[in-house]
Design a protein around this ligand. Sequence first.
Ligand code: C5P
Length: 416
Amino acid sequence: MVSSDPQSLSGKRILLVVGGGVAAYKALELVRRLRERGAFVRVVLTAAAARFVTPLSFASLSGERVYEDLFSLTDEQEMGHIRLSREADLVVVAPATAHLLARMAQGLADDLATTLLLATDKRALLAPAMNLRMWLHPATQRNVATLRGDGALFVGPDDGEMACGEFGPGRMAEPLAIVAAIEAALRGDTVLPPPVAGQGRLAGRHVLVTSGPTREPIDPARFLSNRSSGKQGHAIAAAAAQAGARVTLVSGPVEIADPKGVATRHVETAQQMLEAVEAALPADVFIGAAAVADWRVEPSADKIKKGASREPPTLVLRENPDILASVAQRREGRPALVVGFAAETRDVLLHAQEKLARKGCDLIVANDVGAGVFGADSNEVHLVSRAGLASWPRLDKTEVAARLIAHIADTLGETP
Ligand code: C5P
């Protein structure tokens, strides 16, 4: 998991080799995350990488000059390639394309990137990214096995939607997962995330998460629902699994994939979500990230007809069970930590404090949903607890998830 220590990589020197794939843009984000944690990052681009992202972007983000050319006299005068490869604590290749993996496995040294990878005396951590057929191809798998045998470490690839529209393994690991792998590699861990069961700060804990909207049927064709995408709740479940927890995710209907390593239960209505949550208890932590529909209607068995002469039908709304409050207020088997979300369009903090008290939970993650949060990749949240308030800047939802899980691990303490 990502360390909650903001300076977890302080003074560490990372040599980042960027290969030529669509995922190269994510390497920019990786540089930012590494710099945030106090690392020095020196970037080397392959010729193909420089066609996807500019050296200037990397130079601005890393605060260092960017290296591309093996035969540039200036580069050799300022810093020989041997020194460049040795002055790092870790060499990271992200994205590691099929071609770059093949060249590495063969020991080729036909450009600056591969020469450095051959000349280095440090470990290499590789984040593959390619089309799923290329990843699954026996040639690539052979190269991966060879590189593993040579001591290379791997993070990812993840399952997911590719830039080419296909779905499967081959997506580069998210920048924060690469950061976690870098932290682990620098600690000397040879097994990188996803962590082996039983390791991590939430090892031995059961974390139960709700995510997505609920869907309340009106008739066989229609329903009431909301705009929740499930991105935040799913990212939280993934981050908890990354921290070594056993995770159960109860998800309403969403368009995104089940997180890896998480037991996911799919439900539609609030009533079904409540039942699935109760069936999954006991848990050490409950995180209610779902946007549960507040109301339901008594559904009609047949499709409600428009009929020319009839008045429009009236929907009689009935209140749905409050899943968060019912978990927080359990007399027996209440999770040690109950976390709710507050999506508000105004007076966010005021409502969050009121919700904390009314629902009886320990922590409210509050956000302003007026500002295009539904379906977006980033979120700006405030943590409201009885101990006080913490406000985080606008962050990627995966970063919010990683920080929230780190905060939860801090709160629970290290011992189960
Ligand atoms: O009351 P409100 O819907 O604003 O509260 C939001 C929080 O309560 C979220 O954590 C949501 O998951 C949870 N909730 C719930 N069941 C409901 C309504 C909200 O668990 N019926």
